[in-house]
Design a protein around this ligand. Structure first.
Ligand SMILES: [Zn+2]
Ligand SMILES: [Zn+2]
Length: 146
């Protein structure tokens, strides 16, 4: 468990690095997103309101869109459901449950990464952004089906 003060210091540095002011609203949002891993805007609003009920829904949306533009927050589109958001991390794969919306991070294996890089560089394609999402049913949702 990383100490909160240290985390906040890190979030401040991340915001500063992309030229955004480290406002209470942005720091709180980063804390909420970082804490849950992947979260919808609706759930962010609920979590933010637990400690800061005065932050409006419009403010949450405005700040999320600014942090998306700066690339420090990443959107994970989920077919048929609301998008979830995460803090920018090392490249990884998402295992997304289309039933309950659970999103799990899976480490990108080096051999797979190299293969993928080879596949695109041989066609002279330049990757500027990537996100690999695999959709299916999580363990819990599979057991419900059975
Ligand atoms: Zn599920
Ligand atoms: Zn993720």
């Amino acid at each position: 468990m990383i100490e909160r003060g240290k985390m906040m210091k890190e979030y401040r540095a991340v915001l500063k690095a992309v030229g955004l002011k480290a406002t209470i609203q942005r720091l709180k949002l980063m804390e909420v997103i970082g804490h849950s891993g992947h979260i919808t805007v609706d759930d962010m609003v609920v979590a933010v309101h637990e400690s800061h009920p005065s932050i409006s829904v419009a403010t949450v949306y405005k700040n999320i869109s600014q942090m998306l533009e700066s690339g420090i927050v990443v959107e994970i589109p989920i077919v048929g459901q609301k998008s979830q958001y995460e803090l920018k991390k090392m490249d990884h794969i998402h295992l997304i449950c289309t039933d309950c919306g659970f999103v799990e991070d899976e480490q990108l294996d080096i051999a797979f990464d190299q293969k993928l890089n080879y596949a695109v560089t041989k066609d002279s394609f330049l990757i500027t952004r990537s996100q690999i999402n695999l959709y299916g049913l999580c363990y819990n949702c599979q057991t419900v089906v059975k």
